[in-house]
Design a protein around this ligand. Structure first.
Ligand SMILES: Nc1ncnc2c1ncn2[C@@H]1O[C@H](COP(=O)(O)OP(=O)(O)OP(=O)(O)O)[C@@H](O)[C@H]1O
Ligand SMILES: [Mg+2]
Length: 245
């Protein structure tokens, strides 16, 4: 079982759109996949038409008093299950505070017989929960906007991982919401790609088809497979899969 987190401390960069589409593509390629919506906003639960509610909430999960199997729901798609969000997840930081930093890793370990891949859709923060996520993950996939501030945030994340000695984790970046009509975006993307070893070259274009996911409540790769962002998500999935396996 491999564990991938879609993470950035920055909000609104396309984490959930990526988590939803890559989870779908993983499942469609035959990998038994679980997406865990860790964000109390519950956006990926919404996209998969699942109620953002977990019996007993985050507290019981962290204490090991909930069986994760009982909380997991099916989606409309083969091979793809979801552990929904719950509004109580806003307190996960507090609930993990008394645990070892490997608590999350331990909680998901029993799922290894059922899933080939777990995808965490992470809330935008850098916190106790993030520490747990970093230690439970094999791959940290960080969506970046093509902007100087976004790169600055990435550097803060990298510095934090170094300071906390998170070494086992592979970090990969890719660009999200790229507008190739903007010269600045194009130049930024090209220059960054040329200078970063951790960067995946498949970028996701800015597209209203992705925004339509809110109306369709399905992954864009499913309802508009021939659109530009769908082709981009498939290219990204190919690159991510070859990092994971
Ligand atoms: N490639 C794209 N093109 C256009 N709009 C996009 C694209 N990707 C995401 N969006 C839109 O941008 C908004 C934020 O995307 P998303 O929810 O995936 O970001 P996020 O990083 O998960 O946000 P949060 O930090 O709140 O969890 C959403 O309205 C989404 O529809
Ligand atoms: Mg999100």
């Amino acid at each position: 079982m491999r564990v991938m987190s879609i993470y950035n401390m920055k909000g609104g960069v396309g984490k959930t759109a990526t988590a939803v589409n890559l989870s779908y593509l993983a499942a469609a390629s035959g990998r038994r996949t679980l997406i865990w919506d860790l964000d109390p906003q519950g956006a990926s639960s919404f996209y998969f038409r699942v109620k953002p509610k977990v019996k007993g909430g985050g507290k019981k999960i962290v204490r090991g008093k909930s069986d994760l199997d009982d909380l997991i729901k099916g989606t409309d798609f083969p091979n793809l299950d979801i552990l929904p969000a719950d509004f109580s997840y806003r307190e996960l930081d507090l609930q993990f505070a008394d645990s070892k930093q490997s608590r999350m890793k331990k909680l998901i370990a029993p799922l290894r017989h059922e899933y080939d891949l777990i995808v965490f859709d992470c809330p935008p923060s850098i916190s106790e929960l993030s520490q747990q996520i970093f230690r439970a993950s094999d791959l940290l996939l960080v969506p970046l906007l093509p902007s100087t501030l976004s790169i600055r945030t990435l550097e803060q994340i990298q510095a934090f991982l170094k300071k906390e000695r998170v070494t086992r984790l592979e970090l990969r970046t890719f660009f999200s919401m790229v507008d190739r009509r903007k010269t600045m975006h194009r130049e930024f993307v090209e220059e960054f790609a040329a200078n970063s070893k951790q960067h995946l070259t498949a970028g996701i274009p800015y597209s209203s088809a992705v925004e339509k996911m809110g109306l369709e409540r399905r992954p864009v790769v499913e309802f508009a497979p021939r659109s530009a962002p769908s082709a981009a998500y498939r290219a990204l999935w190919d690159q991510v899969a070859s990092e994971l396996w």
